[in-house]
Design a protein around this ligand. Structure first.
Ligand SMILES: [Zn+2]
Length: 705
């Protein structure tokens, strides 16, 4: 339906690490709730007791413990075996893997200046820990001995995969480098970690600082009542009662651009958005971007790859930059042609309504909205009363129940980290516990932009038993405005289902080993994006899309119009997304060399694909958090959404063919989710579908064919 802005946060892989001579836990640690066993129900983090000052000592204690555990494995006098090396590595770092996810989740969704400062101190320690494990010669020697003997070990397939993946990750982590190269490799990792954090903190600053303050009612012309009410609420919260405030948060800026008649104000807010961290002040990210690209290229070359993208993509389904560019190119020209047709329609409307100006970026959403209303009589705002947040969430739970027999029950008794966070227990159809699910849906200043799914605890096997996951969905949805409950836009409905799809992937996983990780980046969006398809099926809408006041089910005629309008605006949406993919790939296929001029590089990259001048890439370099933010998890991977969409559209065809809730198809798809990182994703996919995915369903859905 739409391209999500979501980032799926991968938890720091709890891979063993090594340093020596760390301090032992001090007596003060006895009062630190992060260092005591958690007696909460299901072992959820005791949020009520955790204070910011507990994190750093706990992280340091976790690092020290893991170093000891790893050192013991590396120095084991016994010859290496699967049990005394790989399995032992799985169990090392237990304390850190308990503490770290709590901290990284708080840093993403509920941060403060204090937590940001702790993060700046902790991140280099964690990076060093990872490097010290990967670059530990004695440990690598044990893994390599096993890997060299892999044929004769006759390991079961999942164990053989763990051995293979661990061996590769040592090699990719620099284990084969010379001592001098190892030193430089470490330095680069340390610098990249700090640069990513700085980038993210700067972005949070510029996103939160700007406020469009409106004082005259006339300047609100065109805005629907709910958007006016949200502006009044934001003003009150900012101590500006009686005025209206619009911000760069998604639920604020996008409706403003869609509806505000005042063109100058539209330009002002969009300008503030697109010049974030590009103003030559202390929060400017241009140099940080260029340095990251240069360091990544240098690191790739050290490891023997032509570019950072070659290094990253080796682990993805796509395998090579050429295959990524091939998919992007296949979609680019039809999408661009469609966007140009959309622009022509808008220019005609400007002329017809007496305007003289040329279409610009700040006009696009405004005129598209008017054309959409003319053509489909589909007013986004008129849909929202049918999308009360609680009902939409219930709709997602309903789909999980019909597909997999899961039930989801509120657990208001569980501790949470913020009053707006809600806790649920997920159970299998036989009543057994599957996991805990938290939702955290509204923006606040300490939360990063976008939407993501993450975990406080991941699934794995311990002492022969499944450790159940604790999963969280974090979003930035429209909050209740005036006296209305939170009512979602159509796009937000898609996002809620999307992130819940990631959550299901985690909740259903039966992956026994942390060391195997999850799906590669360009498959991980399949379980999430496929869920968006159910959201708009009439059979599902009839269950959850009920008017928040009257309880009336969304009228069939309205559903019909939603369906008809599905391909509307796909030129713009696809073009701004593909442009960001190209920008990402261009930055990361750079050979090693001096840092680029960020502005010139971006301009050249966009000129090369002939990006229409009234469309901007979905993210400009200075606020492209997916690829330059903390961890940079999507670098050379932003294309993953559309790569995954090829797969999820093809997969959903199976449900279209067999039935929306066909149990055999659901069971087969569930197998993919359960296996997670334990098998090759293309093999899993073919086992489900019977053939390789076809790009046709995607082209049809987007109207590109
Ligand atoms: Zn996602």
């Amino acid at each position: 339906m739409f391209i999500r802005t979501s980032a799926f946060i991968l938890l720091m892989a709890a891979l063993p690490v090594v340093l020596v001579g760390q301090q032992q836990a001090t007596p003060a640690d006895e009062t630190n709730p992060l260092l005591k066993p958690w007696t909460t129900p299901f072992g959820v983090p005791p949020f009520g007791e955790i204070k910011a000052e507990h994190f750093l000592p706990a992280i340091k204690a976790g690092i020290a413990r893991q170093r000891e555990e790893i050192e013991a494995i590396a120095k084991n006098p016994q010859p290496p075996t699967f049990a005394n090396t790989l399995e032992a590595m799985e169990h090392a770092g237990e304390l850190l893997s308990t503490v770290s996810p709590v901290f990284s989740n708080m840093q993403s969704s509920n941060t403060t200046e204090q937590l940001q400062a702790i993060n700046r101190e902790a991140a280099p320690l964690l990076t060093a820990l990872r490097d010290d494990i990967r670059l530990n010669p004695a440990l690598f020697a044990r893994v390599k001995t096993l890997w060299d003997a892999r044929e004769s070990l006759k390991l079961p397939p999942v164990q053989a995969r763990l051995l293979d993946e661990q061996y590769k990750s040592f090699v990719r982590g620099g284990a084969n480098l010379s001592p001098a190269q190892k030193e430089r490799f470490r330095q680069i990792n340390g610098e990249l970690s700090s640069l990513g954090i700085k980038f993210g903190d700067n972005l949070l600053h510029d996103t939160n600082t700007f406020k469009l303050v409106i004082e005259r009612e006339a300047d609100l012309k065109g805005l629907p009542p709910s958007v006016v009410a949200a502006g009044a609420d934001a003003a009150r919260a900012a101590g500006l009662a009686g005025k209206w405030v619009y911000t760069l948060q998604a639920p604020s800026i996008w409706p403003f651009l869609q509806y505000a008649d005042n063109r100058d104000l539209r330009k002002q807010i969009l300008d503030a958005y697109t010049t974030r961290n590009d103003r030559g002040d202390p929060y400017d990210n241009k140099a940080i971007v260029a340095q990251q690209a240069a360091l990544r290229a240098e690191r790739a070359q050290l490891l023997g790859y032509a570019s950072h993208a070659d290094f990253v993509l080796e682990e993805h389904m796509a395998k090579t930059p050429a295959r990524v560019y091939a998919l992007l190119n296949q979609l680019w020209e039809p999408a661009r042609a469609m966007a140009i047709r959309e622009a022509t329609d808008q220019q005609a409307l400007i002329k017809a309504s007496g305007g003289l100006h040329t279409l610009e970026a700040a006009d696009w959403r405004y005129y598209q909205e008017r054309i959409k209303q003319q053509r489909f009589a589909l007013d986004e705002q008129a849909l929202r009363p049918y999308f009360k947040l609680d009902n939409v969430r219930q709709g997602a739970f309903y789909v999980a129940n019909r597909l997999y027999g899961l039930t989801v029950t509120p657990r208001p008794d569980l501790p949470t980290y913020h009053p707006e966070v809600q806790a649920f227990e997920v159970k299998e159809s036989d009543g057994s516990h599957a996991g805990i699910f938290y939702t955290d849906y509204h923006p606040r200043p300490g939360k990063r932009v976008g939407a993501w799914s993450s975990a406080f605890r991941s699934t794995r096997m311990k002492d022969g038993r499944r450790v159940a996951p604790i999963v969280v969905n974090v979003c930035n949805f429209s909050r209740p405005a005036g006296d209305e409950p939170a009512l979602l836009t159509l796009e937000e409905v898609g996002t809620l289902f999307h992130e819940f799809g990631h959550a299901l992937n985690s909740l259903l996983s039966k992956n026994p080993y942390r060391g195997l990780g999850g799906f590669p980046r360009d498959f991980v969006e399949v379980p999430s994006q496929i869920m968006e398809n159910w959201a708009l099926e009439p059979e599902v809408l009839n269950v959850y899309a009920r008017h928040y006041r009257t309880g009336e089910v969304i009228p069939a005629a309205l559903v019909e119009r939603i369906k008809k309008a599905e391909q509307f605006d796909q030129g713009f949406i696809t073009v701004e997304y593909l442009a960001a993919c190209v920008l990402d790939m261009d930055w990361h296929t750079l050979p090693t060399g001096p840092a680029q001029d960020t502005t010139a590089f971006e301009n050249a990259s966009m000129a090369k694909i002939r990006l229409p001048r009234d469309i901007l890439p979905r993210y400009r370099s200075t606020y492209f958090n997916h690829i330059f933010g903390p961890g940079g998890g999507y670098s050379s991977g932003y294309y993953a959404y559309i790569w995954s969409e090829v797969l999820d559209q093809d997969a959903f065809e199976a449900f279209r063919e067999k039935g929306l809730f066909d149990q055999a198809t659901a069971r087969a798809f569930r197998t993919i989710l359960e296996k997670g990182g334990t098998e090759d994703p293309m093999a899993l996919y073919k086992a489900f579908r019977g053939h390789e995915p076809s790009v046709e369903p995607l082209l049809r859905k987007r109207g590109l064919k």
